[in-house]
Write a protein that binds this ligand. Structure first.
Ligand SMILES: Cc1cc2nc3c(=O)[nH]c(=O)nc-3n(C[C@H](O)[C@H](O)[C@H](O)COP(=O)(O)OP(=O)(O)OC[C@H]3O[C@@H](n4cnc5c(N)ncnc54)[C@H](O)[C@@H]3O)c2cc1C
Length: 354
């Protein structure tokens, strides 16, 4: 969120100081670990309609954002395939029912399509004969988060060489440092924009971390061209293909702020579920097993908090940072320009003045 914000502000002619608690590689960011699936309809089974609307908006914005970057970023909108094992058909019907409700409320979203084995074969040949029923969500997308972070880093470095920005790595900041901007009705520069995710916990009392664990695999025997979700009552997983036969398999969701290494139980569940979708994962190589916390507010929804005329805090992106950040960005930029945002109202993004 912070990198997106910084680049947009530079483009608008602002001069920026960017402070990052860790180094340039995104070591401290949930954004580095994420699968970066852009799945508004599938996520509607577990989130609110406003997140779905922000996701739908952002799917159109990502290509425009990526187009401006000089470093290539993998982005595709080839849909998601959802499958389930026969015994989990009731859970699949429940999931489908939730998506139908979303579609009834938001008809501009393409509905989920039922797949038989022929249709599955046409989309993802290697899922047959294991699965003979599924769902296809045609408008869903994905991007390569690490390429995106690198591409944005390159842009930030070039802006620094042009004198538009100063980058401060390994510089964790405390908001109290920016006292003049925090005072109510301050008209002094600078603006302070806090996009520190879990780092904002000291001053955002309702913020909590939701632990997520993911695998990054190299699987030359697996050929999946789009994200695949497995419906399962206990171990729902997604498999998000990146370029070069790399697959991100995730993710657990644990109500805990424990950042320690992945547990044996979670590794077993993620690996077994992936293998149950495609036997080619048996010979995959485990490149990484990662844990990170999703910055989450009490209602599990994102929020822009405008504490004074010059301080904006953006947080609570939870498991939807990539899905919704372009929408959140545009609302925040509109706020900076006009001290109001119709877009946030339209999309249902909470802009809060405590
Ligand atoms: C396992 C997992 C899978 C996910 N999969 C998806 C997915 O498929 N699709 C999707 O849309 N989202 C996904 N997400 C969610 C997404 O990663 C987050 O919503 C998003 O990264 C939040 O963005 P952010 O910028 O608010 O926080 P972060 O990405 O965590 O970035 C915060 C940054 O602030 C820095 N910082 C912290 N404190 C300070 C300080 N005091 N001073 C300066 N800098 C500071 C940190 O070092 C970090 O770089 C996933 C998350 C996880 C953990």
């Amino acid at each position: 969120m912070g990198r997106l914000m910084a680049l947009s502000l530079i483009e608008r002619g602002h001069k920026i100081d960017l402070y990052e608690a860790q180094g340039p590689q995104g070591e401290g960011a949930a954004a580095k670990v994420a699968a970066a699936m852009l799945a508004p309809l599938a996520e509607s089974a577990i989130t609110e309609l406003n997140v779905v609307k922000m996701g739908q908006y952002s799917l159109k914005r990502w290509p425009q954002i990526i187009e401006k970057l000089h470093h290539p970023v993998f982005f595709q909108q080839e849909g998601t395939v959802i499958v389930w094992h026969r015994s989990d058909a009731p859970e699949a019907r429940r999931f489908q029912g939730l998506m139908q409700k979303t579609h009834a409320l938001l008809p501009s979203l393409s509905p989920a399509q039922m797949l038989d084995s022929t249709a599955i074969e046409a989309l993802e040949r290697e899922l047959v004969p294991k699965f003979n029923a599924g769902l296809y969500l045609p408008l869903e997308g994905q991007l390569d988060n690490r390429e995106l972070l690198t591409a944005m880093l390159d842009e930030l470095k070039s802006a620094e060489s042009r004198g538009q920005l100063t980058l401060h790595w390994h510089s964790p900041q405390d908001l109290s440092r920016f006292q003049s901007a925090i005072e109510p009705h301050s008209n002094q520069d600078p603006w302070v924009i806090d996009c520190t995710g879990m780092g904002a916990k000291t001053h955002w009392s309702q913020l909590r971390g939701v632990r997520g664990e993911v695998l990054r695999l190299h699987a030359p025997d697996v050929h999946l061209s789009r994200p695949v979700r497995l419906i399962h009552p206990k171990y729902p997983i997604y498999i998000a293909p990146k370029e070069n036969q790399i697959f991100v398999v995730g993710a657990t969701e644990v109500e805990s702020e424990d950042r320690s290494e992945v547990s044996v139980r979670s590794s077993l569940e993620l690996m077994s579920a992936a293998y149950s979708v495609h036997p080619g994962f048996a010979e995959a190589r485990v490149l990484e097993i990662n844990t990170q916390l999703r910055p989450t507010l009490a209602d599990n929804l994102p929020q822009i908090q405008v504490n004074s005329s010059k301080l904006i805090k953006i947080n609570g992106l939870y498991r939807h940072g990539f899905l919704i950040s372009p929408a959140v960005l545009d609302c925040a930029l509109e706020w900076i320009d006009h001290q109001s945002t119709d877009l946030a109202h339209e999309l249902g993004l909470n802009v809060n003045r405590p």
